[in-house]
Design a protein around this ligand. Structure first.
Ligand code: PAF
Length: 284
């Protein structure tokens, strides 16, 4: 596995791979990797000849009161995991390499509408930061396919949308969420949970599964279901940002005639913000 820090060095490696007729898969990350990331690498490796993983804690997607400063930087451990996972190239640029004109650069990719709801309502500017850095990484790596976890369902929707609308010739692949045995979705931020919070956190997935069953059983009072779930989460000690039942293809509020749904939750537990989702197919 090769580790490079500059755009120039990365481009040279990708160019050589392409000249040799190889396809390139790309897994963008912010490091502090867990098995969910390794699953992305494995999926990329099963579909492409060469896998590039980027590790970059992107400052522009963190709000002023968020965890940019404390976000774990674990490059050495990450590279060990990636080498074991058969990643071929790691791109670990500095902030200066990625933002030569500073993080206040004038060019920003914004996906209007999709970015302002759900998590976007609670994290102003977050998805513009994600869309801008991922666009930039796409231009740097120029992969054939890029792989993202479905845990960040809204992020995946934003990335699919700008990839299509800006005509990036890249196939976006969503990879199912990896979960701990008790159902908690794997996340780099789970490490912030205290032992007590960690024991409490799987309640989110249990509640999502119950909501899914209620919808499968014919419940269609979506607003009422979500409001009741917010209260339930509060009683369990969570501080919910939202519970929402949306159409999965465009993340618009689900109506009673929609058949492909996604139920999304974001809630704080102590200092940790947890997000999760579950899809519901009413067509079968
Ligand atoms: O999902 C993440 O880890 C980040 O949002 C991403 C896609 C690497 C962009 O910084």
């Amino acid at each position: 596995m090769q580790i490079v820090n500059t755009i120039q060095a990365l481009r040279a490696l990708v160019k050589a791979a392409k000249m040799a007729g190889k396809t390139v898969g790309f897994v963008p990350t912010m490091g502090n990797l867990h098995f969910g990331h390794i699953r992305l690498v494995q999926t990329a490796k099963s579909q492409c000849d060469v896998v590039v993983t980027s590790i970059f804690v992107n400052p522009t997607q963190f709000g002023a009161n968020e965890d940019f400063g404390s976000y774990p930087r674990t490059l050495e451990a990450d590279c060990t995991l990636l080498a074991d996972g058969h990643c071929d190239i790691v791109f670990a640029p500095s902030a200066l390499e990625m933002y030569a004109n500073g993080t206040g650069q004038s060019t920003v990719v914004t996906v209007a509408g999709l970015s302002e709801q759900l998590c976007g309502e609670h994290r102003a500017g977050h998805f513009a930061g994600v869309a801008t850095v991922v666009s930039k990484l796409f231009n740097i790596v120029q992969p054939d396919s890029a792989f993202f976890g479905e845990k960040d369902f809204q992020q995946l929707a934003v990335i699919r949308r700008f990839t299509e609308e800006l005509a990036f010739p890249i196939t976006i692949v969503g990879v199912p969420t990896e979960r701990a045995a008790d159902g908690l979705a794997l996340s780099s931020r789970n490490g912030y949970l205290t032992a007590e919070e960690r024991a409490q956190a799987p309640a989110i997935y249990q509640i999502l599964s119950q909501l899914r069953q209620a919808v499968l059983n014919g419940q269609r009072e979506y607003t009422m279901l979500c409001d009741a779930t917010v209260l339930h989460l509060q009683k369990l000690g969570f501080d919910p940002d939202y519970v929402a039942i949306m159409r999965s293809h465009d993340l618009q509020p689900a109506t009673t005639t929609d058949q492909q749904l996604v139920i999304l939750v974001a809630a704080k537990l102590g200092k940790t913000r947890l997000i999760d989702n579950i899809t519901v197919n009413l067509a079968i």
